[in-house]
Design a protein around this ligand. Structure first.
Ligand SMILES: Nc1ncnc2c1ncn2[C@@H]1O[C@H](COP(=O)(O)OP(=O)(O)OP(=O)(O)O)[C@@H](O)[C@H]1O
Length: 724
């Protein structure tokens, strides 16, 4: 009898697992009518079906329904001594249904972005963070159900000089299978997202005005849709937009939901007309769930039922915001609003617990504890050569169309050539001209390197974020990307040192020979590539443009000091001897000196005066090196920095927080019965215990309860099947 009583919940669980998965659980507050409606034709026209993947499309072109469920998600931040510093998410459960738009609302800092990141598998990893809970896609734990998600982030990052159509066409070529008509696909996408009117306008940036903020957001959504998403996440898609643009963006998301996608967005405080577009609603406050269920009238009825009535004609979003925000205007108000919030959270928790008790079979994996995984990057669909050609086109368009940047670089090259040309105007062959030549060649080397470095560090950190996102989607590999960038930027990067050389060489009357002039230009061009490559490395490790702009010149200053002019290599302290060998300034300066001084004869006035250029080179300790050797060294330095860039880009992939193990839902339900605690209390206890080493005993105690239940459960699951 005792055995029967213990087995009963599991039999029930097995039955319910099947029933609830079909009927979409958590329907206690749900309006399931819309789930029955057939999704309309999807934007995505054709997709490969890989074994084990969730197919995004049905054969008739409609989107396959994807149902996301999550249970007991807790996210805790720890301090250095492993004590809980902040509970970002406190045991959040819920679901997102296909064909419906789910909005996550709450005051600033309530955990909206964190929850959306967790659900998208893109919560940035941190050693000080503990993430527990379960996430299921169509009833399968995320590790078993591969899913493609579209994640529209708050910040819109694009190649600024490409038009809207080019941006989409390049993404389509990189991500879609061969047999898809890309032109038609892009045209459809442009029409669907209301971008046809600005299809041939460049995206733009702070320097050059392009499309509007709302259009940028819709372009972000369009780009994400190419990655064949089953679920669309959008983190505060209306932030920074005016009311009209915000409305249009939300309408786009609503349409995508109507097409059958599962759409989840976070939003701060929408106006009434936007709120009316939501099908489902999650209200968060201070990491706790205040409400999860249908939006609209049902949500208002729920709050009315628990004693909080929304005044007539008030925007429900504003009513909810007032209800769940803490008022810090005075200690009394703070206490009152705090208490009110605690009460609302408590009421919802008890209702949720009731609903969950009837749904214990969701996502059951036969008693096995599953450690959920975050998203893994996909593999590119096309070969390296095709990737290279597509990326080359993009890099070329970006580099050549960037008028303001090229203009500034051109003006800097010309103005510095004119300044140095005037300072070192027509150097003769007197003894004093030796110092002048050395000074000019040194400033030419420093100026070239600094110009190339500055340009790169100002641009690359932003581009790195784009390529990391694209690579996570599996658009392309790093090698074709870096090669395409190098090839596309080479002619432009060479043009500026050439312009500098063309002016400064004749003005200063450096060694007057065409071949020497060509070599001079060649040396500073190679140096410019080396400095750009160093800029790429700095940009690939620095967290922001500001950090890269501080780090790059600091490293370059060291190379300038050991650039062959200020410190003689032989007098360099032993521990710094390696620095001149890796200084691009030194090798460029050395090559420029060899090119300039070899074969030059100076006017000798005193017996100890330098007579030939070779003697001057000897005094600099440059006498034993050939020009070829110096240029080869410079080339090696460029390759070294390119390799480091590759290495850091490869290594510094975005890392996402993984879930820590928690009991399976059905086992959890039994544990909750066995201990007399609610599921939330039990999970919170385990989550806290995982988070604190000081509570190891508690973990042991609770996991032993779980183990005893699990043993029964394997047996019971079979019984459940038989019973069914
Ligand atoms: N990695 C982290 N380190 C420190 N604090 C964090 C981290 N992640 C989240 N938090 C904190 O957790 C809370 C919730 O953050 P989250 O960004 O999810 O809130 P939000 O509701 O999206 O806020 P907003 O509307 O202002 O964007 C905030 O107080 C935030 O400072």
């Amino acid at each position: 009898m005792d055995q029967l009583v213990r087995h009963a919940p599991a039999v029930l669980a097995a039955g319910l697992a099947v029933v609830t998965l079909r009927a979409f659980p958590f329907s206690w507050t749900g309006d399931d009518d819309s789930l029955q409606t057939a999704p309309s034709k999807a934007i995505i026209t054709e997709l490969e079906d890989e074994t084990g993947d969730l197919e995004v499309e049905n054969e008739d072109g409609s989107v396959k329904p994807v149902h996301v469920q999550w249970r007991h998600i807790s996210c805790v931040l720890m301090d250095k001594s492993e004590n809980v510093k902040k509970q970002v998410l406190k045991g959040i459960s819920g679901e997102a249904k296909p064909g419906r738009l789910l909005a996550i609302m709450g005051p600033s800092g309530s955990g909206k972005t964190s929850l959306i990141n967790v659900l998208a598998g893109q919560l940035p990893a941190s050693n000080r963070m503990r993430l527990t809970g379960h996430l299921f896609i169509n009833g399968l734990p995320v590790r078993n159900a591969k899913r493609t998600v579209a994640y529209v982030r708050q910040e819109d990052l694009f190649f600024s000089q490409l038009t809207v159509r080019e941006t989409l066409a390049l993404a389509a070529e990189l991500q879609l299978p061969k047999n898809v008509d890309k032109e038609k696909y892009v045209d459809d996408l442009l029409k669907r997202l209301g971008l046809a009117g600005c299809a041939d306008t460049i995206v733009g940036d702070k320097k050059v005005r392009g499309i509007s903020g709302g259009e940028k957001k819709r372009l972000s959504i369009a780009c994400e849709l190419i990655a064949s998403p089953s679920i669309i996440f959008a983190d505060e898609p209306t932030t920074g937009l005016d009311a009209f643009q915000a409305e249009q963006v939300m309408e786009t998301l609503r349409q995508l939901a109507l097409d059958g996608h599962t759409v989840i967005c976070s939003i701060h405080q929408p106006r009434g007309s936007i709120y009316a577009k939501f099908d489902d609603l999650i209200l968060l406050s201070n990491g706790s769930l205040v409400y999860m269920g249908p939006a609209g009238e049902k949500a208002l009825k729920y709050f009315e039922h628990i004693g909080y009535k929304c005044p007539e004609h008030e925007n429900p979003a504003e009513f909810f915001a007032d209800l769940i925000s803490i008022d810090y205007s005075s200690p009394e108000r703070e206490e009152i609003t705090h208490k009110k919030l605690e009460q609302v959270v408590k009421i919802f928790k008890s209702q949720m617990a009731e609903a969950l008790n009837g749904l214990e079979g969701i996502g059951d994996t036969g008693g096995v504890i599953v450690k959920s995984s975050s998203l893994k990057p996909n593999r590119p669909r096309i070969g390296w050569w095709k990737q290279f050609r597509i990326l080359l086109r993009r890099a070329w368009l970006q580099a050549t169309r960037d008028g303001p940047t090229n203009k500034v670089r051109g003006m800097m090259s010309v103005s510095s050539a004119l300044i140095f040309g005037s300072i070192f105007w027509r150097m003769g062959l007197l003894q004093t001209s030796i110092q002048d030549r050395l000074g000019l060649l040194q400033v030419a080397a420093v100026n070239t390197a600094m110009a190339a470095l500055t340009k790169t560090v100002n641009v690359f950190p932003k581009e790195r974020t784009i390529i990391q996102q694209e690579r996570t989607k599996g658009s392309y590999d790093l090698v074709p990307y870096l090669l395409s960038k190098l090839v596309a930027e080479a002619p432009i990067s060479a043009a500026f040192p050439l312009a500098f050389g063309c002016l400064v060489y004749p003005m200063t009357r450096l060694h007057p020979s065409l071949s020497r002039f060509l070599r001079f230009s060649g040396i500073i061009t190679v140096e410019s590539f080396a400095a750009s490559a160093m800029g790429l490395t700095v940009g690939s490790i620095a967290p922001s443009v500001e950090a890269a702009s501080a780090l790059g010149p600091s490293i370059m200053t060291v190379f300038i000091v050991f650039g062959g002019y200020y410190v003689n290599e032989q007098n360099t302290p032993i521990i710094f001897r390696w620095l001149p060998k890796v200084s691009m300034i030194r090798w460029a300066f050395q090559a420029l000196c060899i090119n300039e001084f070899r074969g030059l004869k100076f006017i000798k006035e005193k017996s100890f005066d330098v007579k030939t250029g070779e003697e001057a080179l000897d005094r600099l300790s440059f006498g034993n090196t050939t020009l070829r050797e110096a240029i080869v060294q410079e080339g090696r330095i460029a390759l070294f920095w390119y390799y480091l860039t590759y290495f850091f880009l490869k290594r510094n992939k975005p890392k996402y927080q993984e879930f820590e193990a928690l009991p399976q839902p059905s086992a959890l339900a039994q544990c909750s019965r066995a201990t007399g605690m609610s599921e939330e209390e039990f999970t919170d206890g385990i989550a806290k215990a995982i988070n604190s080493r000081a509570e190891e005993d508690e973990v042991r105690e609770r996991t032993s309860t779980l183990a005893s239940v699990k043993e029964d459960e394997v047996e019971l699951s079979d019984e459940g099947k038989n019973a069914l």
